[in-house]
Design a protein around this ligand. Structure first.
Ligand SMILES: [Zn+2]
Length: 379
């Protein structure tokens, strides 16, 4: 363990060569981006805006991958190169290393994936294993329950997946060969069926995560999406695939249909939370102890419902790390990129990327305000 951590440190400490070389790299980057290479962008005349961004490094635009202005001005290829540049800049600033050694050494990091390819996942997990000690979610929950972290290694890290995407099954050889504990949170009414994940089919005309539940379903239906409809192409894990993974993976609950809980009625929220636990327990014959709140959205009501339903832990996407004194129903988690490289992983796992994004605007997930505001809130 010592040697691998040292290796990671040496790798991060190659900052000196980066610091010396980065002005040259930046000059090259600017030269390659002063003219937009994306024909759609050029046709729209937006290429004129590329120079100010190339020259001025408009951080507000590039920190948000979904930014329309960022995409339009730079073109996707340029945007990705700039993003990689920023990741490198942040990594070799040594801030991630400092966070790891000063904060994450004593606090557990939980990371969140959705649907990475086996190649990306293997590359990222190898990088993480050189810097952290991967533990299971159960180990962390036990430590927090006992308020005793003596059984945890330094720099503990928990790997989780949300939703139960069909592609998760292809990760089996990676999970097996790298010997990492993994938890997958399943939508209990979508796995084992040909139903679809609504958020993969929501039009981009508005933020459907911020609509009252009935309005969300009604508007999605107007656009042709019906939650109960089954289609030929499967999006979620089948029961056979889950069975096949069950010796390697800890399966827990992610509600029934991925409803955004704070926007649901009391009755619907209770059903989503309680019934998902019941369905999975019946299927596995073992207690389901944790729920991941869809989109990370929760309020005091969801915490109470999860407790009543018999869960022991609730997982959010609140930014931060977990001490053994943490509230078990508000465990914090860091979002990873399903397609990123090693540099991005190092920066993201330190929480630095999420922190910078949240400086710019309110997070698009993690709703946890007063239950009095629960219904009908929109941004
Ligand atoms: Zn989800």
């Amino acid at each position: 363990m010592c040697s691998t951590n040292s290796l990671a440190m040496v790798s991060d400490c190659s900052a000196s060569s980066f610091v010396v070389g980065w002005p040259l790299w930046m000059t090259r980057w600017r030269r390659s981006n002063v003219l937009c290479s994306d024909p759609r962008t050029a046709a729209s005349g937006l290429h004129r805006l590329t120079r100010p961004i190339g020259d001025g490094l408009c951080l507000a635009d590039v920190l948000e991958p979904g930014s329309i202005s960022g995409r339009a001005c730079l073109g996707l290829g340029s945007f990705m190169r700039l993003k990689q540049f920023l990741f490198a800049l942040l990594r070799f600033s040594l801030v991630p290393l400092l966070i790891r050694e000063a904060v994450q050494r004593r606090r557990a990091t939980i990371i969140l994936y959705h649907d990475p390819t086996p190649e990306v996942f293997a590359r990222q997990v190898r990088a993480l294993k050189r810097r952290y000690n991967v533990i299971s979610l159960r180990q962390l929950v036990d430590a927090v329950q006992k308020r005793d972290g003596s059984a945890l290694p330094p720099k503990p890290l928990v790997i989780t997946f949300d939703d139960g995407h069909v592609g998760n099954h292809a990760l089996k050889p990676v999970i097996e060969s790298l010997e990492v504990p993994v938890t997958i949170f399943l939508c209990a009414a979508i796995i084992g069926t040909h139903r679809r994940f609504w958020f993969l089919h929501a039009p981009s005309d508005r933020d459907y995560r911020r609509l009252p539940d009935e309005e969300r379903l009604r508007t999605l239906a107007d656009h042709g999406f019906v939650q109960s409809e089954e289609v030929p192409r499967r999006e979620a894990l089948s029961w056979n695939e889950i069975q096949n993974l069950s010796k390697l993976v800890d399966f827990q609950a992610h509600t029934l249909t991925h409803a955004i809980l704070p926007y649901c009625s009391d009755e619907k929220a209770r059903k989503e939370i309680c019934d998902s636990r019941r369905v999975l327990e019946q299927a596995f014959g073992t207690p389901i102890y944790a729920i991941s709140y869809p989109n990370g959205d929760y309020s005091d009501r969801e915490v109470e419902l999860a407790r009543e339903a018999g869960y022991v832990a609730g997982i959010t996407v609140d930014l931060g790390f977990n001490a053994v004194t943490e509230d078990l129903f508000r465990l914090k988690r860091i979002c990873m990129d399903d397609s990123g490289g090693v540099t991005g992983v190092v920066v993201r796992a330190s929480g630095l990327w999420d922190a910078l994004k949240r400086l710019r605007r309110r997070p698009s997930y993690g709703w946890k305000e007063s239950p009095a505001n629960r219904i009908g809130v929109s941004e």
